[in-house]
Design a protein. Structure first.
Length: 408
């Protein structure tokens, strides 16, 4: 049997957020099982329609109908959704013996192309999450070193000598063995005289031809998904006469600064999709509560006894969302309580613009706040079309690659 692979290529996105990678991994297993059945001739080459319940507000468009010898390859997860059906493009690969030929489909036009392979398949790396996430760079990583420069002070070792008079005084309360050991240590120390060493003085951030700092320290450092802006937790002297460090959250996106309270420890930073607001989550001195602070002046206390998963901004309106072990909050108010054993993931939760509805992806099904649901979407995103937000998802139904769209 011929093996045919389909790969969706990336294209323009107005605004994108996508569901967790685990869903696609489960789809891979399902697809592999179906491929085995096909090769053994134990099942029809037709796939079953996805189970769903959709209201009249949902539109359905067929992006393409696959040929009889074409099989969708679930193992490819490079799927992106644009603002129109015509932006969809994909590749069909046909293998016959040692010969492989690939064709690109776009707007119904088929064109021979070079077959993508491995990491060079042209796929864009997008965060698999329902909301915009910052990327934290690992300490001492090569990527971080591209932005952080340090300044050091040089010092010369000067080991003081012990005079005969001092040695005579010490011999009054030291044994001969101790004196011999001291003389040996001093001889070794004298060999280090004149050698130099460096100590940390300050650190600066260089980003888009602009310098930030110097700072006494730079803690966590984040990049936006498009790498066009950074957010960082930095430390400066509290005042000219104090050795105490004042921690702040800064960004290249604006002149706004969040000044953290004394002795607080920053847990994470988060930012709105358009970078007009950002926030921090910190532990206080007692460790019994978390404090969420935004650059626009919002503050929320979170008890750690109920657990804490994450804080993030809504897709619209810059509302602060945060999830404890089983409760979802919007600007400090509970908007949904989950069963104690539900363990929802922040990236799988989509909150409506008015905060009254929560759409969730769970068990391979997207369940919308209004009661609609759809099983096994291959990708779900939020896209901005003419200033309005929509859910958009892709599905494979029989031989059709289908694009669904629903008001957000």
């Amino acid at each position: 049997m011929k093996r045919i692979h389909l790969l969706l290529l990336p294209f323009a996105l107005a605004a994108t957020s996508s569901f967790s990678q685990s869903l696609l991994n489960k789809l891979k297993d399902k697809a592999n099982q179906e491929i085995i059945k096909l090769e053994k001739g134990t099942t029809s080459p037709q796939t079953s329609p996805n189970k769903n319940r959709l209201s009249a507000s949902v539109t359905r468009n067929v992006a393409v109908t696959l040929g009889a010898d074409e099989t969708f390859d679930y193992q490819e997860n490079c799927i992106d959704l644009g603002a129109s059906v015509n932006q969809v493009s994909f590749i069909v690969t046909r293998r016959s013996g040692n010969t492989t030929q690939c064709y690109a489909y776009k707007n119904g036009t088929r064109t021979p192309v070079t077959c993508p392979t491995g990491e060079t398949n042209g796929c864009q790396t997008t965060l698999q999450c329902s909301h915009s996430e910052l990327k934290e760079l690992e300490p001492n990583s090569d990527e971080l070193k591209k932005y952080i420069t340090t300044e050091t002070d040089s010092h010369t070792l000067q080991t003081p000598a012990i005079s005969d008079q001092q040695m005579k005084m010490m011999s009054a309360y030291m044994t001969q063995a101790q004196i011999n050991e001291l003389k040996k240590s001093m001889t070794e120390a004298q060999k280090q005289n004149g050698q130099t060493y460096s100590t940390f003085k300050s650190a600066s951030i260089a980003f888009n031809d602009k310098k930030y700092g110097p700072y006494k320290q730079i803690g966590k450092f984040y990049l936006t998904p498009d790498s066009k802006n950074f957010y960082a937790i930095v430390g400066e002297s509290k005042d000219a006469n104090s050795p105490q460090t004042q921690n702040k959250v800064i960004t290249s996106a604006s002149e706004k600064v969040i000044t953290l309270s004394d002795y607080s420890a920053a847990v994470l930073c988060f930012a709105s999709p358009d970078n007009t607001d950002f926030g921090s989550v910190t532990y206080g001195m007692t460790g019994q509560k978390l404090l969420i602070t935004t650059s626009s002046g919002k503050t929320f206390d979170v008890s750690v006894t109920g657990g804490f998963e994450k804080a993030w901004f809504s897709a619209t309106g810059n509302h602060v969302l945060y999830l404890t072990q089983n409760q979802l909050y919007r600007d400090g108010q509970v908007i949904k309580t989950f069963a104690n054993d539900a363990y929802p993931k922040p990236c799988d939760l989509f909150v409506s613009s008015d905060g009254q509805g929560v759409t969730q992806i769970k068990s391979n099904t997207v369940s919308f706040a209004d009661g609609d649901y759809f099983e096994y979407p291959l990708k779900i995103s939020i896209v901005n079309i003419a200033g309005k937000l929509y859910y958009k998802w892709l599905a494979l139904e029989n031989r059709e690659v289908v694009i669904y769209q629903k008001p957000y």
